[in-house]
Design a protein around this ligand. Structure first.
Ligand code: HEC
Ligand code: HEC
Length: 241
């Protein structure tokens, strides 16, 4: 027993000092290859993620390349999520930016971002990106912040750009796209109220739902779907294909 405490102590000290060092520069950018997002041709997507933390709002910036990691930095897509911490629950807006100016969205953000910023899941097997210990710690800290936000609502004003409905919508219309995922185990957390709640998942989010359940990320351990729920999930997803 004594032995194991002694063995853990150095690790604890290293992680504490690493944590302290990171607190000073939480807004260091981190580059990662996404495990979930792929290009149309199933090639890797690279992201450089930065957070600008604030008292009233946190700004999440992401530069994204669908053209490989060596693509000229100035040409990477620039996207942004602003988390407003003055509302109850918190609320978020989604933006596409070019040369400092807001432009039409390149994708319907809400189909993947059901609840504000998404947990960052790097492809750790990437052949293009090597992750330092500091990168991993930084990603861990970002993910912790994302989880502790809890429920985040999309601001309705965000559906409009320059006084008009967006040409490329932020979220899709129609009852099927807003159909709720009513699987009891998922509802424990993906519900509109309650301690763990982060909003009921919608039909238009089927792609992300499929990805996270296939990879085993959802439901998180120790939660499990029973046979009836597995069937329900498969039917829900296939009804959108
Ligand atoms: C196909 C799914 C998908 C779509 C569509 C999408 N994102 Fe993301 N986004 C992700 C995932 C997944 C992450 C987390 C990084 C990772 O693991 O790849 C992420 C991360 C981000 C981040 C970094 C902070 C965070 O959430 O971790 C920002 C900022 C962001 N996205 C903005 C946007 C905006 C703005 C749009 C709409 C223009 C958008 N995204 C559309 C999947 C998507
Ligand atoms: C114990 C609580 C819990 C349960 C149960 C759970 N989730 Fe999640 N889910 C989370 C948390 C926390 C996140 C955000 C952090 C992350 O991605 O790991 C999340 C993220 C997601 C996301 C990404 C959108 C978002 O809210 O960030 C999807 C999609 C998702 N879960 C699907 C499911 C599905 C489908 C089920 C049921 C099969 C399920 N989850 C069960 C807690 C849960």
């Amino acid at each position: 027993m004594k032995m194991s405490v002694l063995m853990i102590l150095p690790i604890l000290l290293v992680s504490l000092s690493l944590g302290a060092a990171l607190f000073e520069d939480l807004s260091t950018p981190v580059v990662m290859e996404s495990f979930e997002s792929k290009t149309k041709d199933k090639d890797p997507v690279f992201n450089e993620i930065t957070i600008q933390p604030g008292d009233k709002k946190d700004i999440w910036l992401m530069a994204q390349s669908h053209n490989g990691i060596h693509y000229s930095k100035s040409k990477w897509d620039q996207i942004k999520i602003v988390v407003d911490k003055t509302t109850e629950p918190y609320s978020a807006t989604y933006h596409q930016v070019k040369n400092g100016k807001e432009i039409e969205l390149r994708a319907a953000c809400y189909i993947c971002h059901a609840n504000g910023p998404r947990a960052i899941r790097p492809n750790y097997e990437s052949s293009s990106v090597k992750y330092s210990l500091k990168d991993k710690a930084l990603i861990g800290m970002m993910n912790l912040r994302i989880k502790t936000y809890g429920r985040i609502k999309m601001k309705k004003s965000n559906l409009i750009l320059d006084g008009r409905p967006r040409q490329r919508p932020l979220a899709y219309d129609g009852p099927k796209n807003w159909q709720e995922l009513n699987i009891p185990t998922c509802l424990k957390c993906h519900n509109d109220s309650g301690f763990l709640s982060r909003g009921i998942l919608k039909g238009q989010q089927y792609g992300t739902i499929e990805h996270l359940t296939k990879t085993g990320a959802m439901p998180p351990w120790p939660y499990k779907l029973d046979e009836e729920e597995k069937k329900q999930l498969a039917e829900f997803i296939s009804s959108f294909k």
